[in-house]
Design a protein around this ligand. Structure first.
Ligand code: GLN
Length: 571
């Protein structure tokens, strides 16, 4: 039977529940158990695909094409596994399922009500996602006290009755503020969060306290008295230099061992975290440092900027850096402020330029200027998704002299639509509503011999890894593989886009020296360009995919690895 670990957050949002959940999963896995993680998002959106990234951070894409809250990314990175879209449960999905079922007559005769139908469906979904795992960690989004997360807490309490308290524990991740005018760490908000949680009949087994600095014994005792749990079950999680240190810090308080004992589980293995510790050390004190310009768009909300919109890109740069013993300093360049005239001034001194994914027309000319600057000045360049599309636009305009070349996403009537919507995508868009009309999830690409891209996938071991996965796709998911002549140079990356390189321009770009180093051939025979590179440049590579979704600490994404290596060598 699966053991459940429920993680809920108190006091403020953004307290770090996601990374804490991922860290707990990592710890339990290190003890030798199989672990999965589930994210509950109490909003009514069916999935995260239609959310604004400046509010919610990045949209994470799963292998099976789910558009999900970014926390799933942390789970995949820490647990080193591919998590399917069913592991994200939103209120929207729960209500839709119940209402669809009612319409089909599946509850015929019954009054369909909030209780029991909604909590029943929540538990059904949780059981489905956790099937086959020894542990399931469930993070309940939002903050204790929100109306929205009540049904989920109620469902968990029901689960406790059903499976027995020895099979489920609750962890409250709370926040301990240190108001500047007092200079003292306050426990009161946490006490109130405990009280609010108790209104759902839930008493936390552990309290993990996020704070500026470690918790002292006095504060731990105070919480012990209030929450009625031993003070050694009050765990300190202070701010630190890298999130990858969190599992190590939590283990200093033997969190894994304590959780296992609470759930009546034995130690299967003593964790060492050996290679993880070494990588963390390289993140904290690398032998060398480089500076990367991340030229993006979603950079501000009001007076604050949210760096979470590119969190996976960020993490991928760090992963590649850790493997190469190079520290990566990321600087955020707002593409709206970049123009032809100031590109040199704004980008001078960087060791590499990265253009991540994006949508729409704002800041597009700035990104194109940055690409031109990187190409003409031999600065290592990595383009992801929109980054590839705009690299094609730049090359078409400035090298192939198609002055008005553009993507039809920005200029519908351009005479040279080098990036456009292909018929196959048009059909999907006509048949769907707005949600889920992109090319989503993993797709195979066959890499061309003697290219930099192929050599990087080979060097990092990813070519072999992906090849082994090809056989795992179910019949209904075969479209992800498309047509391939042989599978020796096939790789899999995740996608999230509507537009493609227009096949009519490929030979013109090739004549001027651009190499299309990988493509996907759809079942109807259409070729989709997946990778480009410029052989005469020290590192100018872009991909239509989002390789940042498959990068792990200790197993970096091949293109990021190549990019950081080139940046570091150039320096
Ligand atoms: N806007 C582009 C498209 O839809 C690129 C998307 C992206 O970068 N994820 O094709």
């Amino acid at each position: 039977m699966t053991k459940y670990i429920i993680v809920a957050g108190g006091v403020i949002s953004g307290v770090g529940k996601g990374v804490t959940t991922a860290s707990i999963g990592k710890i339990i896995k290190e003890y030798g158990y199989s672990v999965t993680a589930i994210k509950i998002d109490p909003y009514l959106n069916y999935d995260a695909g239609t959310l604004r990234p400046t509010e919610h951070g990045e949209v994470w894409v799963t292998d099976d094409g789910g558009e999900i809250d970014q926390d799933l990314g942390n789970y995949e990175r820490f647990l080193d596994m591919e998590i399917p879209k069913i592991n994200n449960i939103t209120s929207g999905q729960i209500y839709k399922t119940v209402i669809d079922r009612e319409r089909k007559g599946e509850y015929l005769g019954e009054t369909v009500q909030f209780i029991p139908h909604i909590p029943d469906e929540i538990r059904r979904r949780i059981k489905e996602s956790s099937k086959g795992y020894e542990f399931a960690i469930i993070e309940i989004g939002g903050t204790i006290g929100d109306f929205e997360n009540l049904p989920f807490l109620f469902a968990m309490k029901g689960m406790e009755r059903e499976i027995g308290k020895e099979n489920i524990i609750y962890i409250l991740v709370s926040y301990m503020p240190v108001p500047e005018h007092m200079g003292e760490m306050k426990t009161k908000p946490t006490q109130q969060a405990i009280k609010l949680l108790s209104e759902s009949g839930i008493f936390p087994d552990f309290i993990i306290c996020r704070s500026l600095s470690p918790l002292d014994d006095i504060r731990k005792k105070k919480i012990e008295t209030y929450a009625n749990i031993p003070s050694d079950y009050v765990i300190s999680e202070p701010d630190i230099d890298t999130i990858y240190r969190i599992p190590l810090d939590l283990e200093k308080e033997s969190l894994g061992y304590k959780i296992l004992s609470e759930l009546r589980m034995k130690l299967r293995k003593r964790p060492t975290f050996r290679s993880w510790k070494e990588l963390v050390k390289k993140i904290i004190s690398p032998s060398k440092k480089i500076r990367i310009a991340l030229v993006g768009k979603y950079l501000d909300i009001g007076n604050f900027s949210l760096k979470d919109s590119y969190i996976s890109v960020n993490e991928s740069l760090l992963h590649a850096g850790a493997s190469l013993d190079v520290g990566v300093e990321i600087e955020w360049i707002d593409s709206k402020k970049l123009e032809k005239e100031n590109a040199e001034k704004m980008l001078e001194g960087f060791d590499g330029i990265l253009i991540p994914g994006g949508f729409g027309n704002s800041g597009v000319e700035g990104k194109i200027s940055a690409i031109k600057y990187a190409r003409e000045n031999g600065i290592p360049f990595l383009g992801l998704c929109y980054g590839l599309q705009l690299a094609i636009v730049e090359y078409a305009r400035n090298v192939c002299t198609l002055k008005d070349a553009h993507t039809t996403e920005v200029d519908k009537d351009t005479k040279n639509p080098v990036i456009c919507i292909l018929n196959s995508q048009k059909n999907i868009m006509e048949n769907h509503d707005y949600g889920g009309t992109m090319r989503l999830g993993a797709y195979a690409a066959t890499l061309k011999k003697d290219t930099k891209v192929l050599s990087l996938y080979r060097e990092t071991g990813r070519l072999k890894e992906d090849r082994e996965k090809l056989g795992n796709y179910k019949k209904s998911e075969q479209f992800r593989l498309g047509k391939m002549e042989d599978d020796s140079n096939v790789v899999l990356e995740r996608h999230r886009h509507r537009y493609e390189v227009n096949p009519e321009y490929v030979s013109r770009l090739e004549e001027k020296g651009m190499v299309f180093s990988g493509c996907h051939i759809m079942e109807d025979g259409t070729s989709l360009m997946e990778y480009i590179e410029l052989p005469q440049h020290n590192f100018f590579v872009a991909t239509q995919s989002h390789p940042e979704f498959k990068s792990r600490l200790g197993n970096p994404s091949p293109l990021f690895y190549g990019f950081i290596k080139a940046c570091s060598e150039k320096k």
